[in-house]
Ligand binder design. Sequence first.
Ligand code: C5P
Length: 232
Amino acid sequence: MPEIKNPICVAIDTPDLERASFLAQSLKGYVGYLKVGMEFFYAHGQAGYMEMARHGVPMFLDLKLHDIPNTVANGLNALMQLEIAPAIINVHATGGPAMLKAASDAIDGRAKLIAVTILTSLDDDDLKAAGFNPQLNTCAHATNLAKLAQTNGIDGIVCSPHDLQSIRSACGKDFLTVVPGIRPQGVDVQDQKRVATPKSAIENGADILVIGRAITGADNAAVAAQRILESL
Ligand code: C5P
């Protein structure tokens, strides 16, 4: 039987190092990836990152780099020097073609390099205010940016479950899709607006599910992760 890789990436959204490390230890064997972002990395630096990475679960270092090509390339190179390098790392697709290409050249296959298209906190009015073409909606902008990222050597994108089908049809089945906004049936939606269940996201082509509070807020995080896995 072919090995089915665990698609759950748990978002460790706490600045509390002790709590983060406890979650990593509890979830080892139940999730495929641990995601730490800027609030964690800026607070605890490489030492904090390494404390998490030593639990042995592949790391997604969610720092969303966005700067000129040379700075992003050098920043990524510095991050890849971590003793346990991240398995997934990301940049903003709006950094443009030269930045995306420089990022891809810098990573050179050492990690999966993915791009953020349109932040899910932005709606059509926000994009219009920022000067984006008002004729296109957020899904169309996200799809265009995904295509731009793919053309410039990026391995995949972060996208809403609601944009999956459009991005899949534009970028094909080998383009990695990393999908937040996941809520198992019956779990509070909280501040997320465009959500899907784990099963429907997978059915619509998600490769990796980014799940935070549905796991980290449960009484027993490992049991919550196990239930989600069984629901797929
Ligand atoms: O707790 P919850 O499952 O909503 O957490 C989702 C995680 O995915 C958080 O770390 C959030 O920052 C991240 N994320 C998101 N939407 C994006 C990109 C990342 O919710 N577009």
